[in-house]
Design a protein around this ligand. Structure first.
Ligand SMILES: NC(=O)c1ccc[n+]([C@@H]2O[C@H](COP(=O)([O-])OP(=O)(O)OC[C@H]3O[C@@H](n4cnc5c(N)ncnc54)[C@H](OP(=O)(O)O)[C@@H]3O)[C@@H](O)[C@H]2O)c1
Length: 559
């Protein structure tokens, strides 16, 4: 459990730093690999409940921002195991005091402490952000990933709403991408000239040639791929696969267009970077890098906007989400944007609005789920959950209520209660209609649990029981019944044996240690026989020496 406000609680400390002499992409590799190594080592070995990871840098550094993006996903997968601190040397002395706030992420800079919060655009800007509304965009617009789901929507919108007459749509497959030729025909029909370029934008030379051939006046970078998996299994290759088309390509685009008079430089990042999605540590790193690159550009006086979209069913990546992932997003309060909403955000970005998080959040639903994640505390004020007709089996109260209820039940009643808790959580995680749909003796695998949902079930059970259960929980206890039995032993261990039986236990252990020839063994056995004879248990009295020892053993084990 997290320590209370006022005390930092025990923690291990790790630092991530980059070498300013390295080039930006070497720093990106270094920082994200350091973050990954710290996470994996902590999960595998550390005795300390929490690892505080400090990203050390004197100035904002996109490579360190990417490391924090990775760490946020680790936090989502393993709640309360990681704290992220971004600090300069001057402010580190305030670390313990800052940790005592209980915030999962902090910045200690210039001697002050802050924690990230999402705020409404109008609150941040004091007014609505300046949208590019019906303005004609001259020149060539380069859209990376321009034949993908959002890229194609952006291309259509740029032509129809902003009168763009020259588009370069770059993707690895170019004209071979599904729907690419039809898209070009459609846009040409509206009076635009469209180049379908087969170009891997993570390849600096190929991108440089494309930029030289078609110098853009605006850039919209949507290229990206997903390669999801739990952080414990993430490799440097798996990290690179997702960093390359997003983060490396964005850095190349930034450098290759720096001397061009751009009117807009828009990157599509994702809420995953700021929020931390389980299973997306690599994607979180790539998107957080994009957001920080935009901050770097703006600090240098260059145009730049990042759109950290929530969920947008634009026929692209979101289509790869399975039902469980969409449900998980909805449960965390993220609902899909409509095309109109997504494109309205693009207009804000083309108007150079800076870093935006276009997301449809179920604020009312989030308010009823406690605790509200710190990132949302300026948007959501927690309200007590509406009274329900049926009392919940176990609230997320850290397990105290559950343990109290177990105390009032016999063994069978405890198992029934815990089985209900387990079935309810499984139903939640897998989106079943209710706990009764969860067959108690089916293997989790056959019920449909995968590594991500298994982790989510573990996290939910941690909250419901107050235990710190391992990530291997459902592999060690592979059915709902087996899992409930395990929780029973953890939460309501058998009472200590009464002293008389404990003495018998000791005698049994001492006898087992004697050799069969030892006279003492025969002497004790004789005494035990005498003892048995003097009780009313005729069966015991007639038992042989071996039978007697076996009876004691099984009695003690069954206790
Ligand atoms: N959809 C959402 O809900 C959502 C939410 C948040 C953020 N986003 C972001 O929005 C962007 C677009 O998403 P989407 O849903 O439209 O995905 P998508 O349909 O999969 O589009 C991705 C595009 O990127 C291209 N691409 C991938 N690697 C490339 C590379 N190395 N060089 C050049 N092109 C490359 C792909 O084409 P090839 O395979 O032919 O190269 C494809 O056209 C992504 O960056 C994503 O992270 C999407």
């Amino acid at each position: 459990m997290a320590p209370g406000v006022g005390e930092p609680g025990p923690y291990a400390l790790a630092e991530i730093a980059t070498d300013p002499a390295d080039d930006p992409l070497t720093r990106l590799r270094s920082a994200t690999r350091q973050a990954l190594a710290h996470v994996q080592l902590h999960l595998a070995q550390s005795e300390e409940p929490r690892l505080v990871v400090v990203t050390r840098g004197e100035a904002p550094e996109p490579a360190l921002a990417a490391a924090r993006g990775l760490l946020r996903a680790a936090q989502a997968e393993h709640p309360e195991r990681f704290v992220i601190v971004d600090a300069d040397a001057e402010s580190l002395s305030a670390l313990d005091a800052a940790l005592a706030t209980g915030e999962p992420e902090l910045a200690l800079r210039g001697g002050s402490v802050s924690a990230p919060r999402l705020v409404r655009v109008r609150d941040a800007h004091g007014a609505a952000a300046p949208a590019l509304d019906g303005t004609v965009l001259d020149g060539t617009v380069l859209i990376t990933g321009g034949t993908g789901g959002i890229g194609a929507l952006a291309a259509r919108h740029l032509v129809s709403a902003h009168g763009v007459r020259r588009l370069v749509l770059a993707s690895r497959r170019g004209a071979e991408a599904p729907g690419a030729v039809e898209l070009r025909e459609e846009l040409v029909g509206e009076g635009a000239e469209v180049v379908l370029a087969a170009c891997d934008v993570s390849d600096r030379e190929a991108l440089a040639a494309l930029v030289a051939e078609h110098p853009p006046t605006a850039v919209v970078h949507t290229a990206g791929v997903l390669d999801d998996g739990l952080v414990e299994g993430l490799t440097a290759d798996g990290l690179d696969r997702v960093l390359r088309p997003k983060a490396d390509a964005a850095r190349h685009l930034h450098e290759l267009t720096r001397d061009l008079p751009l009117t807009a430089f828009v990157v599509l990042s994702s809420l995953a970077g700021a929020w931390g999605n389980p299973g997306q540590a690599n994607y979180g790193a790539a998107n957080a890098y994009l957001d920080a690159l935009i901050a770097e550009r703006r600090a240098a006086g260059l145009p730049g906007s990042a759109l950290a979209y929530g969920l947008w069913n634009a026929g692209g990546m979101a289509g790869e989400l399975d039902d469980a992932q969409v449900r998980r997003l909805a449960a965390s309060g993220v609902l899909p944007l409509t095309d109109e909403q997504g494109l309205a955000a693009l207009d804000l970005a083309l108007g150079d609005a800076g870093l935006l998080v276009p997301a449809r959040l179920d604020l009312r639903g989030l308010a009823e789920r406690t605790p509200v994640r710190p990132l949302l505390r300026r948007l959501v004020t927690a309200r007590p959950a509406r009274a329900t007709a049926v009392a919940p089996v176990a609230s997320d109260s850290g397990g105290e209520a559950l343990v109290a209820r177990l105390g009032g039940l016999d063994e069978a009643g405890r198992l029934d209660l815990l089985l209900e808790v387990v079935r309810r959580r499984i139903a939640d995680v897998l989106g079943f209609a209710g706990p009764e749909a969860v067959q108690v003796d089916r293997l989790f695998q056959d019920l449909g649990l995968d590594s991500l949902t298994a982790l989510e079930l573990r996290n939910q059970l941690n909250r419901a029981t107050g235990l710190r259960l391992p990530a291997t929980l459902v592999f060690d206890h592979p059915t709902p019944t087996a899992l409930a039995r395990h929780l029973l032993t953890e939460l309501a261990p058998a009472e200590a044996p009464n002293p008389l039986l404990a003495d018998l236990d000791r005698i049994e252990a001492a006898l087992a240690a004697l050799s069969p020839e030892d006279d003492l063994r025969h002497e004790v056995a004789a005494r035990l026989r005498e003892l048995a004879r003097s009780t009313a248990d005729a069966e015991l009295a007639e038992a042989s020496e071996d039978d007697l020892l076996a009876a004691l053993e099984s009695e003690l084990h069954n206790f």
